[in-house]
Write a protein that binds this ligand. Structure first.
Ligand SMILES: Nc1nc2c([nH]c(=O)n2[C@@H]2O[C@H](COP(=O)(O)OP(=O)(O)OP(=O)(O)O)[C@@H](O)[C@H]2O)c(=O)[nH]1
Length: 131
């Protein structure tokens, strides 16, 4: 089974968190799902270097990347995903959506209302518990 290692950012502005909607995909289980922005780690990159690059590519932002929040291992039908999520503080809500089709800034208590990618659910649960 194919394995993918990904980094993702929990972008916080005050008490709000950025939720970003993926584009349509032929993989129905991730198509148009909400996620935390990020992407695959490339050869030779550290996790934080990969996340910095992805956030510039996807959103045109360069925030401080803080501590590792949670690592999730999730088995999708076509691959095994290991996803490392990091807390990041941003001082502005201004972002450019270069890849995502929509985004919302939500309070922790509001996060469950979205249709998240399955691998994100443990992260969303932890964010809601610690709210
Ligand atoms: N970035 C990110 N990827 C996630 C999340 N949840 C989740 O299941 N994934 C999965 O992890 C994989 C990351 O792929 P990606 O398409 O974002 O990575 P990438 O930017 O490097 O894409 P590329 O391969 O097109 O260059 C996808 O299969 C995606 O569905 C999440 O919260 N953030």
């Amino acid at each position: 089974m194919k394995k993918i290692e990904v980094v993702a950012a929990i972008l916080k502005h005050g008490n709000e968190i950025l939720c970003a909607q993926r584009a349509e995909s032929k993989l129905e289980y991730i198509s148009k799902k909400f996620e935390f922005p990020g992407g695959k780690i490339e050869a030779g990159e550290s996790k934080k270097e990969a996340l910095k690059r992805e956030l510039e590519e996807e959103l045109n932002i360069n925030p401080n990347i803080n501590d590792l929040y949670l690592t999730v291992v999730h088995q999708y039908p076509d691959f095994e995903l290991t996803m490392h999520s990091f807390l990041c503080d941003v001082d502005t809500k201004e972002i450019t959506l270069n890849e995502h089709i929509s985004s919302q800034w939500l309070k922790r208590t509001e996060l469950l209302g979205l249709d998240w990618a399955a691998a994100d659910v443990p992260i969303v649960d932890k964010l809601m518990q610690n709210g």
